[in-house]
Design a protein around this ligand. Structure first.
Ligand code: DGL
Length: 265
Protein backbone atom coordinates (compact mmCIF):
# COMPACT_ATOMS: atom_id res chain seq x y z
CA UNK A 1 0.00 0.00 0.00
CA UNK A 2 1.26 3.47 -0.92
CA UNK A 3 0.58 4.85 2.57
CA UNK A 4 2.98 2.31 4.15
CA UNK A 5 5.94 3.54 2.09
CA UNK A 6 8.61 5.89 3.51
CA UNK A 7 8.80 9.65 3.06
CA UNK A 8 11.90 10.80 1.17
CA UNK A 9 13.75 13.92 2.32
CA UNK A 10 16.74 15.44 0.57
CA UNK A 11 19.08 18.33 1.10
CA UNK A 12 22.32 19.54 -0.41
CA UNK A 13 24.00 18.22 2.72
CA UNK A 14 23.27 17.66 6.37
CA UNK A 15 21.49 20.94 7.20
CA UNK A 16 18.26 19.27 6.10
CA UNK A 17 18.47 17.20 9.28
CA UNK A 18 16.99 20.29 11.01
CA UNK A 19 13.88 19.75 8.89
CA UNK A 20 13.95 15.96 9.27
CA UNK A 21 13.97 16.34 13.06
CA UNK A 22 10.73 18.35 12.92
CA UNK A 23 9.19 15.87 10.49
CA UNK A 24 10.04 12.99 12.79
CA UNK A 25 8.52 14.81 15.81
CA UNK A 26 5.28 15.58 13.96
CA UNK A 27 5.02 12.25 12.13
CA UNK A 28 6.49 9.72 14.59
CA UNK A 29 4.86 6.69 12.95
CA UNK A 30 6.35 7.36 9.54
CA UNK A 31 9.51 5.89 8.01
CA UNK A 32 11.96 8.32 6.42
CA UNK A 33 14.74 8.08 3.89
CA UNK A 34 17.16 11.00 4.13
CA UNK A 35 19.62 11.83 1.37
CA UNK A 36 22.35 14.44 1.91
CA UNK A 37 24.10 15.41 -1.33
CA UNK A 38 27.27 16.30 0.58
CA UNK A 39 29.47 15.58 -2.46
CA UNK A 40 27.94 18.56 -4.26
CA UNK A 41 27.44 20.93 -1.31
CA UNK A 42 27.04 23.90 -1.42
CA UNK A 43 24.06 24.39 -3.74
CA UNK A 44 23.81 27.93 -2.39
CA UNK A 45 26.49 29.32 -4.68
CA UNK A 46 25.46 27.44 -7.83
CA UNK A 47 23.35 28.37 -10.86
CA UNK A 48 19.75 27.36 -11.38
CA UNK A 49 20.49 24.81 -14.13
CA UNK A 50 23.09 23.03 -11.99
CA UNK A 51 20.89 22.97 -8.86
CA UNK A 52 17.98 21.64 -10.94
CA UNK A 53 20.15 18.84 -12.29
CA UNK A 54 21.40 17.85 -8.83
CA UNK A 55 17.94 18.07 -7.27
CA UNK A 56 16.56 15.90 -10.09
CA UNK A 57 19.13 13.20 -9.31
CA UNK A 58 18.29 13.31 -5.60
CA UNK A 59 14.58 12.97 -6.38
CA UNK A 60 15.23 10.03 -8.75
CA UNK A 61 17.27 8.27 -6.08
CA UNK A 62 14.43 8.61 -3.58
CA UNK A 63 11.86 7.45 -6.14
CA UNK A 64 13.95 4.33 -6.76
CA UNK A 65 13.72 3.67 -3.02
CA UNK A 66 9.91 3.63 -3.35
CA UNK A 67 9.01 6.76 -1.38
CA UNK A 68 5.40 7.96 -1.26
CA UNK A 69 6.28 11.67 -0.97
CA UNK A 70 9.40 13.82 -1.35
CA UNK A 71 10.28 16.78 0.85
CA UNK A 72 12.96 19.10 -0.49
CA UNK A 73 14.47 20.21 2.81
CA UNK A 74 16.91 22.55 1.05
CA UNK A 75 15.84 26.17 0.55
CA UNK A 76 18.09 26.66 -2.48
CA UNK A 77 16.79 23.50 -4.19
CA UNK A 78 13.21 24.47 -3.33
CA UNK A 79 13.77 27.91 -4.86
CA UNK A 80 15.26 26.51 -8.05
CA UNK A 81 13.85 23.05 -8.63
CA UNK A 82 10.51 22.53 -6.85
CA UNK A 83 8.27 23.78 -9.66
CA UNK A 84 9.90 21.76 -12.48
CA UNK A 85 10.04 18.65 -10.28
CA UNK A 86 6.33 18.98 -9.45
CA UNK A 87 5.63 18.66 -13.17
CA UNK A 88 8.06 15.82 -13.78
CA UNK A 89 7.44 13.46 -10.86
CA UNK A 90 4.60 11.04 -10.33
CA UNK A 91 4.70 11.32 -6.52
CA UNK A 92 3.86 14.35 -4.41
CA UNK A 93 6.70 16.75 -3.66
CA UNK A 94 6.88 19.78 -1.38
CA UNK A 95 9.50 22.27 -0.32
CA UNK A 96 10.31 24.60 2.54
CA UNK A 97 9.68 28.10 1.18
CA UNK A 98 5.87 28.22 1.13
CA UNK A 99 5.52 26.87 4.72
CA UNK A 100 8.41 29.06 5.87
CA UNK A 101 6.71 32.19 4.54
CA UNK A 102 3.44 31.17 6.22
CA UNK A 103 5.27 30.71 9.53
CA UNK A 104 7.02 34.08 9.20
CA UNK A 105 3.79 35.92 8.39
CA UNK A 106 1.94 34.38 11.31
CA UNK A 107 4.75 35.39 13.70
CA UNK A 108 4.85 38.98 12.41
CA UNK A 109 2.48 41.76 13.42
CA UNK A 110 4.13 44.50 11.37
CA UNK A 111 4.64 42.31 8.23
CA UNK A 112 8.18 43.71 8.04
CA UNK A 113 10.41 40.68 7.65
CA UNK A 114 14.10 39.98 7.08
CA UNK A 115 15.05 36.79 5.24
CA UNK A 116 18.55 35.37 5.65
CA UNK A 117 19.48 32.83 2.97
CA UNK A 118 22.16 31.59 0.59
CA UNK A 119 23.28 33.75 -2.33
CA UNK A 120 21.43 31.56 -4.87
CA UNK A 121 18.18 31.61 -2.89
CA UNK A 122 18.39 35.40 -2.55
CA UNK A 123 19.16 35.76 -6.28
CA UNK A 124 16.20 33.57 -7.25
CA UNK A 125 13.83 35.94 -5.41
CA UNK A 126 11.70 32.88 -4.57
CA UNK A 127 11.07 34.19 -1.05
CA UNK A 128 10.07 37.64 -2.33
CA UNK A 129 7.62 36.07 -4.80
CA UNK A 130 6.11 33.80 -2.15
CA UNK A 131 5.71 36.67 0.34
CA UNK A 132 3.92 38.81 -2.22
CA UNK A 133 1.67 35.85 -3.09
CA UNK A 134 0.71 35.25 0.54
CA UNK A 135 0.62 38.86 1.77
CA UNK A 136 0.60 41.72 -0.73
CA UNK A 137 1.48 44.30 1.92
CA UNK A 138 4.51 42.57 3.46
CA UNK A 139 7.83 44.40 3.33
CA UNK A 140 10.65 41.92 2.95
CA UNK A 141 14.39 42.44 2.84
CA UNK A 142 16.79 39.63 1.96
CA UNK A 143 20.37 39.19 3.17
CA UNK A 144 22.72 36.67 1.59
CA UNK A 145 24.91 35.03 4.26
CA UNK A 146 27.30 32.68 2.43
CA UNK A 147 29.72 32.20 5.35
CA UNK A 148 27.10 30.75 7.69
CA UNK A 149 26.92 27.31 6.03
CA UNK A 150 30.64 26.57 6.57
CA UNK A 151 30.40 27.82 10.17
CA UNK A 152 27.54 25.42 10.89
CA UNK A 153 29.35 22.58 9.09
CA UNK A 154 32.35 23.25 11.32
CA UNK A 155 30.15 22.97 14.41
CA UNK A 156 30.86 26.59 15.38
CA UNK A 157 27.33 27.10 16.59
CA UNK A 158 28.15 29.48 19.45
CA UNK A 159 31.66 30.83 18.77
CA UNK A 160 32.50 34.52 19.07
CA UNK A 161 33.48 34.57 15.39
CA UNK A 162 30.00 33.31 14.46
CA UNK A 163 28.40 36.20 16.31
CA UNK A 164 30.79 38.65 14.64
CA UNK A 165 29.97 37.32 11.18
CA UNK A 166 26.23 37.43 11.93
CA UNK A 167 26.59 41.06 13.07
CA UNK A 168 28.50 41.89 9.92
CA UNK A 169 25.75 40.47 7.68
CA UNK A 170 22.93 42.03 9.68
CA UNK A 171 24.60 45.46 9.58
CA UNK A 172 23.24 45.60 6.04
CA UNK A 173 19.65 45.76 7.29
CA UNK A 174 18.00 48.13 9.71
CA UNK A 175 16.86 45.47 12.20
CA UNK A 176 14.72 47.76 14.41
CA UNK A 177 12.32 48.13 11.47
CA UNK A 178 11.53 44.39 11.39
CA UNK A 179 9.80 42.03 13.79
CA UNK A 180 10.67 38.68 12.20
CA UNK A 181 13.93 37.26 10.96
CA UNK A 182 13.32 34.17 8.81
CA UNK A 183 16.17 31.67 8.71
CA UNK A 184 15.85 30.75 5.05
CA UNK A 185 18.53 28.08 4.97
CA UNK A 186 18.65 24.61 6.48
CA UNK A 187 21.85 25.29 8.42
CA UNK A 188 20.81 28.48 10.20
CA UNK A 189 18.67 26.94 12.97
CA UNK A 190 21.91 25.41 14.26
CA UNK A 191 23.24 28.95 14.76
CA UNK A 192 20.06 30.15 16.46
CA UNK A 193 21.68 30.73 19.87
CA UNK A 194 24.30 33.01 18.32
CA UNK A 195 21.69 34.74 16.20
CA UNK A 196 19.56 35.33 19.30
CA UNK A 197 22.48 37.23 20.88
CA UNK A 198 22.85 39.63 17.97
CA UNK A 199 19.20 40.20 17.03
CA UNK A 200 17.05 42.47 19.25
CA UNK A 201 14.79 40.43 21.54
CA UNK A 202 11.60 41.85 19.97
CA UNK A 203 12.54 40.24 16.64
CA UNK A 204 11.15 36.68 16.34
CA UNK A 205 13.48 34.10 14.87
CA UNK A 206 11.54 31.76 12.60
CA UNK A 207 12.50 28.71 10.58
CA UNK A 208 10.35 26.59 8.36
CA UNK A 209 10.89 23.12 9.91
CA UNK A 210 7.84 23.06 12.18
CA UNK A 211 5.38 24.36 9.58
CA UNK A 212 6.87 22.09 6.89
CA UNK A 213 6.10 19.14 9.17
CA UNK A 214 2.61 20.33 10.13
CA UNK A 215 1.64 21.04 6.53
CA UNK A 216 2.97 17.69 5.32
CA UNK A 217 0.96 15.91 7.99
CA UNK A 218 -2.18 17.65 6.84
CA UNK A 219 -1.52 16.93 3.12
CA UNK A 220 -0.76 13.26 3.78
CA UNK A 221 -3.89 12.97 5.87
CA UNK A 222 -6.08 14.56 3.16
CA UNK A 223 -4.59 12.28 0.53
CA UNK A 224 -4.99 9.21 2.80
CA UNK A 225 -1.23 8.71 2.73
CA UNK A 226 -0.54 8.61 6.48
CA UNK A 227 0.96 5.29 7.56
CA UNK A 228 -1.65 3.07 9.18
CA UNK A 229 0.38 0.13 10.42
CA UNK A 230 1.69 0.55 13.95
CA UNK A 231 5.05 -1.18 13.50
CA UNK A 232 8.22 0.58 14.64
CA UNK A 233 9.25 3.45 12.38
CA UNK A 234 12.78 4.32 11.37
CA UNK A 235 15.09 6.54 9.34
CA UNK A 236 17.58 5.36 6.74
CA UNK A 237 20.38 7.84 6.08
CA UNK A 238 22.21 8.15 2.76
CA UNK A 239 24.90 10.61 1.66
CA UNK A 240 26.82 11.11 -1.57
CA UNK A 241 30.17 11.18 0.25
CA UNK A 242 31.54 9.92 3.52
CA UNK A 243 30.35 11.58 6.70
CA UNK A 244 32.99 12.10 9.38
CA UNK A 245 32.12 10.23 12.59
CA UNK A 246 30.65 12.36 15.39
CA UNK A 247 30.16 15.34 13.11
CA UNK A 248 28.64 18.10 15.34
CA UNK A 249 25.85 18.84 12.84
CA UNK A 250 24.69 15.24 12.94
CA UNK A 251 25.30 14.51 16.61
CA UNK A 252 23.58 17.71 17.79
CA UNK A 253 20.40 16.63 15.94
CA UNK A 254 20.37 12.82 15.87
CA UNK A 255 23.05 11.73 18.36
CA UNK A 256 26.00 9.57 17.37
CA UNK A 257 23.91 6.59 16.29
CA UNK A 258 23.01 7.68 12.76
CA UNK A 259 24.91 5.62 10.19
CA UNK A 260 25.10 7.04 6.67
CA UNK A 261 25.36 4.75 3.68
CA UNK A 262 27.41 6.31 0.89
CA UNK A 263 25.75 6.31 -2.55
CA UNK A 264 26.89 7.47 -5.95
CA UNK A 265 24.30 9.52 -7.87
N1 DGL B 1 20.75 23.46 2.11
C1 DGL B 1 21.06 24.78 1.63
C2 DGL B 1 19.84 25.69 1.81
O1 DGL B 1 18.97 25.45 2.63
C3 DGL B 1 22.26 25.37 2.32
C4 DGL B 1 23.55 24.69 2.01
C5 DGL B 1 23.99 24.86 0.56
O2 DGL B 1 24.37 25.97 0.16
O3 DGL B 1 23.93 23.88 -0.16
O4 DGL B 1 19.74 26.68 1.12
Amino acid sequence: MLSERPIGVFDSGLGGLTVLRELQKELPNEDFIYLGDVARLPYGSKSQSVVRKYAGRCAEFLLDKGVKWIVIACNTATAMALEPLKLELNVGISGVIEPGVRAALSASSSKQIVVMATRSTVGSEAYLKEFSKQSAGARVEQVACPLLVPLAEEGWFEQKVTEEILCRYLEEVSLPEYDVCLMGCTHYPLLEKSLRKVVPSRVHLVHSGFSVAQELKSVLSTQKLLKQERRKSGIKFYATDEIAPKLPMVSSLFGNQSQFEVVDL
